[in-house]
Design a protein around this ligand. Structure first.
Ligand SMILES: O=C(O)CCC(=O)C(=O)O
Length: 292
């Protein structure tokens, strides 16, 4: 039976992916742990979601974060917007990304939507996104996991493009999660994670091979949750608004380790983690199956 949490009361675009993900894009994702997929999101979805992001930035309720230093242009973020705004729910459940997921994670028999997050840097928001992997924030284990970052503005190298450390998803190492803002209660918990200290990627930036993912509305970025990534500030006069969505496959299992995102109340205090069995399946009301 369909869960009431999936009901949507607004009209949303009916369009799907403009084209499937190509073999070359899939190969780039597998090789580098990140890939740019150009010209796949229809304009009606871009306009619909840009308006949704603008609405939630305007609202800026206490469940959102501003990672910028006091007085600086904002680096706005909000986790789980889909649970509070039907535009995001439509995007997560009926939008084109579930098809991207099954086209890239070719062995999934089901696609489960895990969560979404807004990342918006106002014009002049110089705050970088620290280098990090996503896996250590996530209470999920297994290979069938993918992050899809969709921009609703043009994103240039000086406008906060994401930098992905090519191949780092294959290094076999997971680093402690990193606080996007220095809140000791959180950063201390993160250091108790079962993972390793992160090298100083900033100091040694030039030693590594980075994909600097410039993108425009209509494009999307794929990355593996083990891929090291981050972004610099937005030095342009334009907004840099994006939504990142995380999907998993039927073989992913629940792994609520000590440093997972649900123990960071500044990030997820507005939602309640479900009581799932450790090592058991992820699918539930909060993490719904969206395909088939
Ligand atoms: O937009 C950003 O700067 C951060 C995005 C990110 O870390 C992610 O989507 O995993």
């Amino acid at each position: 039976m369909r869960s009431a949490i999936l009901d949507i009361d607004i009209t949303y675009p009916a369009s799907g992916l403009i084209r499937p993900v190509s073999d070359e894009e899939r190969a780039a994702y597998e090789r580098d742990g990140a890939a740019i997929v150009k010209g796949v999101i229809p304009q009606d979805w871009v306009d619909f979601m840009r308006a949704g992001v603008a609405r939630l930035i305007e609202q800026s309720d206490p469940s959102s974060q501003n990672y910028a230093d006091d007085g600086d242009p904002r680096f706005f973020s909000l986790t789980f917007p889909w649970m509070f705004d039907d535009a995001f729910k439509a995007w997560a459940i009926h939008g084109p990304l579930k098809h991207v997921t099954r086209q890239v994670l070719t062995d999934v028999t089901e696609v489960i939507f895990f969560y979404d997050q807004i990342f918006a840097k106002e014009p002049g928001a110089t705050k970088p996104t620290p280098w990090h992997q996503d896996l250590p924030f996530l209470p999920v284990k297994g290979d069938q996991q993918i992050r899809i970052w969709v921009p609703f503005d043009k994103v240039t190298a000086d406008g906060g493009a994401i930098h992905y450390l090519r191949g780092s998803h294959k290094w076999g190492v997971i680093y402690h999660p990193v606080g996007f803002k220095n809140i000791p209660a959180i950063t201390d918990t993160y250091l108790n994670s079962p993972y390793e200290d992160m090298p100083d990627f900033e100091a040694d930036y030039g030693k590594y091979d980075w994909l600097v993912a410039e993108a425009e509305p209509g494009d999307l970025l794929l990355h593996h949750p083990r891929t090291v990534h981050g972004s610099l500030g937005n030095l342009t006069n334009n907004f840099r608004r994006a939504v990142t969505s995380f999907y998993v496959g039927d073989q992913a299992v629940w792994n609520p380790h000590v440093a997972n995102m649900f123990n960071n109340k500044s990030l997820t205090g507005h939602v309640t983690a479900p009581d799932l069995e450790v090592g058991g399946p992820i699918e539930c009301d909060m993490f719904p199956k969206v395909w088939p």
